[in-house]
Design a protein around this ligand. Structure first.
Ligand SMILES: Cc1ncc(COP(=O)(O)O)c(C=O)c1O
Length: 366
């Protein structure tokens, strides 16, 4: 079966550098928040063009702590989309705030700026902008709305590490950018990990304190914090992989270009925003009769998948209790038609051909 993602293949292609990174940490004898984390934070911030990067233990915690560091909490509403990984919503609730759900632009699957502005209430204090599937949201429209209404802007870049918007790395445009290093992500660890990046010294300082019991390097809790530390092994492995991220993303883009070229008359291929560099964490097509096509592809050995089968507000944990746009009509239409095709840097040209042939055969274009 050709899976939609294969983190083991990533490890194999960087195995020598990863082995060396692990050896360095084991021999060094310091395992949590040490030199490797510090070096990774510097290298990641430099890569993105931000003043600071703060390693934490997941993308969910990156969002949760970024909200807290920006003083968003109980009584505040945070606008975001329902068409996202449920972690986006979970993190807003972990910070004590209330998600305010806004519908998506059905072409790019990111927040609809017009509907965002219409949804804002006096309690709305921030927006979590999700750059879904590796594609930038419409930041030129969103940033002025946020400025007009005094909203903090948190970029959820979990799926968009290395993506560009008008020449700038995603994560560097808002008040804070949040990343996940879950193994399948474009920059993946071999366990959980995450980071928050920011241009603001005070926000960075609060994040460093919040991730470790509210300490300020003195073993005294000045604010209630938690344990959300990045460990040295993950940081060392991320340092080994970061220099290859742009090349890996280019390979993802080349695979996407082949799918686009050969399948655009058969299925609804993703639409890239002009002036941006989509990094195809996922290649999500749109197709009527999606469930039948997915079943057929699986029978042909192509592990097509759905991200995500239910929008957040449709999931049992949230049903009937999230505020937002009354209908979320585009979101609900979209979840019925999306289909993820395999994409990862190590997918061979031959496997890409097999996926294309299977889609054509299943849709009667074989
Ligand atoms: C859009 C989005 N936000 C947040 C997260 C949370 O990241 P993590 O799984 O590292 O907590 C993920 C990944 O699952 C994601 O895809």
């Amino acid at each position: 079966m050709i899976l939609f993602s294969l983190p083991g293949a990533q490890v194999r292609s960087h195995r020598a550098a990863i082995d060396e990174a692990i050896r360095r940490v084991l021999d060094g004898g310091w395992y949590v928040l040490g030199k490797e984390v510090e070096a990774f934070e510097r290298e990641f911030a430099d890569y993105l063009g931000t003043a600071h990067a703060i390693g934490v233990n997941s993308g969910t915690d990156a969002l949760h702590l970024a909200l807290k560091a920006l003083n968003i909490g109980p009584g505040d509403q945070v606008a975001t989309v329902s068409h996202t990984a449920v972690a986006t919503i979970a993190a807003i609730e972990m910070a004590g705030a209330e998600p305010l759900l806004v519908d998506i632009d059905p072409i790019h699957y990111t927040i609809d700026p017009v509907k965002l502005e219409a949804a804002i209430t006096p309690r709305t204090k921030a927006v979590v902008v999700v750059h879904l599937y590796g594609q930038a949201a419409d930041m030129d429209a969103i940033l002025p709305i946020a400025r007009r209404h005094g909203l903090k802007v948190i970029e959820d870049c979990a799926q968009a590490t290395g993506a560009l918007y008008k020449g700038r790395r995603l994560g560097s445009l808002g008040d804070a950018g949040c990343f996940s290093f879950y193994p399948t992500k474009n920059l993946g660890a071999v366990g959980d990990g995450g980071a928050v990046v920011t241009q603001y010294d005070a926000v960075a300082q609060r994040l460093r304190s919040l991730r470790e019991y509210g300490w300020r390097g003195d073993r005294i809790s000045h604010v209630p914090g938690l344990n959300s530390r990045l460990d040295e092994l993950q940081a060392a492995i991320l340092r080994a992989k970061l220099p290859h991220l742009d090349a890996d993303n280019e390979r993802r883009r080349a695979i996407a270009a082949r799918y686009d070229a050969e399948l655009s008359s058969v299925i609804g291929c993703p639409v890239q925003r002009p002036d941006s560099r989509h990094v195809f964490h996922l290649y999500v097509a749109r197709v009527a009769g999606r469930d039948g096509l997915m079943a057929g592809l699986r029978q042909r050995g192509v592990g097509a998948s759905i991200h995500y089968p239910l929008a957040a507000h449709q999931q049992p944990a949230y049903l009937g209790r999230l505020a937002g746009d009354e209908t979320l009509a585009e979101t609900e239409r979209t979840v019925l038609e999306i289909l993820t095709l395999p994409i990862y840097p190590e997918l061979s040209d031959d496997e890409v051909s097999q996926v294309i042939a299977a889609v054509k055969a299943e849709t009667g274009h074989g």
